[in-house]
Design a protein around this ligand. Structure first.
Ligand code: NAD
Length: 383
């Protein structure tokens, strides 16, 4: 039975608590930590948890009965807490985005190695049956050579979203829609498409007055495979219709699921290739369903990794890859230069100091609340 601690008793903590409770045969929540201790106490009451509540997470570092820690803190607080627990030999599942800089990601990965503990980074959308099937379909090679891919990570948030104290500044939130929202699509995009070679980008803040950070970004990419692509992220799309498109020589596949295949007529115009389309759909449908999905799927995967001493599906190295693309978007947008991969210490934006020295403050944040009267979030968009 694994002992669990959860840091941060805000919105996403609900999803973690519900997943651990669903897996009660294998784990037990033993502590909740939040700087607002009353929030953690209210959470215990809401979920009927008989666990310890602390305001300072350092009190939990030496606890022998805690094996795995869920980090549900604002992104700028991830690195310090993750490193502290990994060094104490505790396994850690860190919420997305891993951290606002590659330097912090590297410290987290190094701490996992040093402490001999496992580090997982949340990317719960991989644990959706159709997304797992898309990955298997692409890996099967049925699409042939992949030429082009696009992620439309389109969301909608009103200005009130940025009133929360830690949101809307480069320092505390760490980034805008690319970092906080498109991180979901970027994780999938890189998982499906492989390593990057170069990125060029622009960012802007079109309509969020209480925020320094971007609410739209447009990036063009070249992959090491030779494929090219684009990532578009925004908080401006009423309807939040999100999509990933992957175009191969033999067919195209999309998330949400759609498979299409065309062949050419004598004049080069397309006609449906029904045979290929059937082949793609049959293969897609042959991959099994998932017993556990979304956060519950990822938490179950993390627990299995600990029980069997194997790697979780999404490690610190995977979390870092996503941050690498996001860092490239900011570095390219704010320096006006193309970024080549891999990124590392040579890059100005490798550290948070570099990002803070060059990032444009689009607006000054003037309103701030400690907590909202309304709680509740939407997780996952239309993926
Ligand atoms: N995977 C997803 O789909 C998803 C969705 C929403 C949020 N998130 C991520 O979850 C994290 C938290 O987001 P949220 O929406 O729950 O925010 P939130 O503000 O609702 O919750 C964060 C909590 O952390 C507490 N906190 C801050 N600093 C602390 C510290 N040093 N020690 C202890 N407690 C501290 C705050 O008081 C707050 O209660 C972020 O990284 C966010 O990006 C992930």
């Amino acid at each position: 039975m694994l002992g669990i601690a959860i840091l941060g008793a805000g919105d996403i903590a609900n999803v973690h608590i519900e997943a651990y409770q669903a897996l009660h045969n294998r784990c037990e929540i033993r502590a909740l930590a939040d700087i607002f201790q009353d929030k953690a106490e209210a959470k215990c009451r809401k979920y009927g948890l008989a666990c310890d509540v602390v305001a300072d997470y350092h009190e939990l570092l030496e606890r022998k009965d805690i094996d795995l820690v869920s980090i549900c803190l604002p992104p700028s607080a991830h690195c310090e807490a993750v490193v502290d627990f990994l060094r104490a030999g505790k396994h850690v599942l860190c919420e997305k985005p891993m951290a606002p800089s590659l330097e912090e990601c590297d410290r987290m990965i190094a701490a996992a190695k040093a402490g001999g503990a496992k580090l997982g980074v949340v990317a719960q959308n991989r644990f959706k049956p159709d997304i797992m099937r898309t990955k298997k379909l692409i890996d099967s090679g049925v699409l042939g050579q992949i030429y082009f891919a696009q992620a439309n990570s389109l969301w909608w948030r009103g200005d009130n979203y940025y009133n929360l104290w830690w949101r809307g500044t480069w320092e505390k939130e760490g980034g805008g829609c690319t970092f906080i929202h498109a991180v979901h699509h970027i994780d999938l995009f890189l998982w499906l498409m492989g390593d990057l070679a170069e990125v060029s980008a622009m960012v802007s803040n079109q309509n969020h007055q209480n925020s320094e950070v971007e609410d739209v970004s447009i990036s063009t990419l070249r992959f090491q495979s030779g494929a090219v692509g684009a990532v578009i992220a925004s908080l401006l799309h009423h309807g939040e219709e999100q999509k990933i498109i992957i175009d191969g020589a033999n067919g195209s596949i999309e998330i949400p699921h759609k498979a299409m295949a065309s062949r050419q007529k004598s004049n080069g115009y397309p006609e449906p290739d029904n045979e290929m389309q059937k082949k793609m759909e049959d293969l897609f449908g042959s991959f099994p369903d998932l017993k556990y999905r979304d956060h519950c799927g990822q938490i179950e995967n993390m627990i299995t990794a600990i029980e069997t001493d194997s790697n979780p599906l999404i490690t610190g190295v995977d979390g870092r890859r996503t941050i690498e693309l996001i860092t490239a978007v900011y570095q390219s947008a704010f320096t006006g230069e193309k970024v080549t991969f891999p990124m590392g210490e040579k890059d100005l934006f490798y550290t948070r100091k570099g990002l803070l020295s060059k990032a444009v403050r689009f607006h000054q944040k003037t309103k701030s609340v400690e907590n909202y009267a309304d709680t509740g979030i939407q997780v996952g968009g239309t993926l």
